[in-house]
Design a protein around this ligand. Sequence first.
Ligand code: NAD
Length: 319
Amino acid sequence: MSEESITAHDTEGASKKVAFIGLGHMGGPMAANLVAAGYQVHGFDVVPAALAAAAEAGVVVCDSSGQAAMDADVIITMLPAGKHVFAALEGEGPGGGLLAAAKPEALFLECSTISVEDARATHKLVSGRGHRALDAPVSGGVMGAQAGTLTFMVGGSEEDFAAAKNLFEVMGKRIVLCGGPGAGQAAKVCNNMILGVSMIAVSEAFVLGEKLGLTHQALFDVAANASGQCWSLTTNCPVPGPVPTSPANRDYQPGFAGSLMAKDLGLAVEALNATGVDAVMGRTAEEIYREFSLDGGASTDFSSIINSIRAASSKTEAD
Ligand code: NAD
């Protein structure tokens, strides 16, 4: 493929064909932003309702992944988990067959959150078939996908990164090349391990503050301007009030769902086991969020972990 054909500026998008596989909560709005920027987007999802919504946004909907990928310069996958990515690449049926259908040197952008190991295997699989690959997971959630303000953490070669940068810039605001194959997923899993641990720490501090007679606002005013400052406190504050935009003010509607935090921490533990890193906090956070997700927290914002901590903290010495 010529360099020109995949370094599309959005003004050149009409001449570029992008296949978008997985048009769910994230993929739907990401594909819509590409259409709005002038790219020809051919999409497929195994769920008809997702296809119908994408058609409304101007995506050319296809009967199969293979049909969407045919002649595409760039193939984006935004799927639930690693097994879905492998199924899309080499599986049978309408949701599979991407590798066979793609033209030589098509550029695969794998944007789903999957394990580092799976990401490296995906690179091998895709490049082994004469195509090119970047792992490019995102953070920023559904709102970031809609607003085109996602952060992309990218793994792969500098040349492929340069070729895809204009597309990333349509869908995101911060685009970081983190290293070679799998480095994007590595950055994502490390970041989200910090996030899971820090949300639990902030929530525990608020519950302790409540027991000690502190108002939420007083603790926030001190910690937000002191050494306790972090995103879990100042952007996604787990109590209503101090940060009006945080999910706590709308009954913990996500935001970032507890099930996704449990998934990402599971991937972190997979990476911890593979590398032998001694990470007591990361492993504990994974246990806490796994239980939380199974126990009714799957579809609420992950900051509602504070309610579990409060419920488990009802005993005092006087009891
Ligand atoms: P989703 O379940 O809403 O969307 C995934 C879509 O993939 C679904 O519509 C499903 O039908 C489709 N699909 C599954 N297998 C397919 C196949 N073989 N071919 C075509 N379509 C197929 O999930 P989402 O919230 O959009 O998340 C997508 C990815 O992004 C996940 O890996 C998730 O961890 C990650 N992510 C999500 C968020 C978030 O806030 N939702 C934030 C960051 C990262």
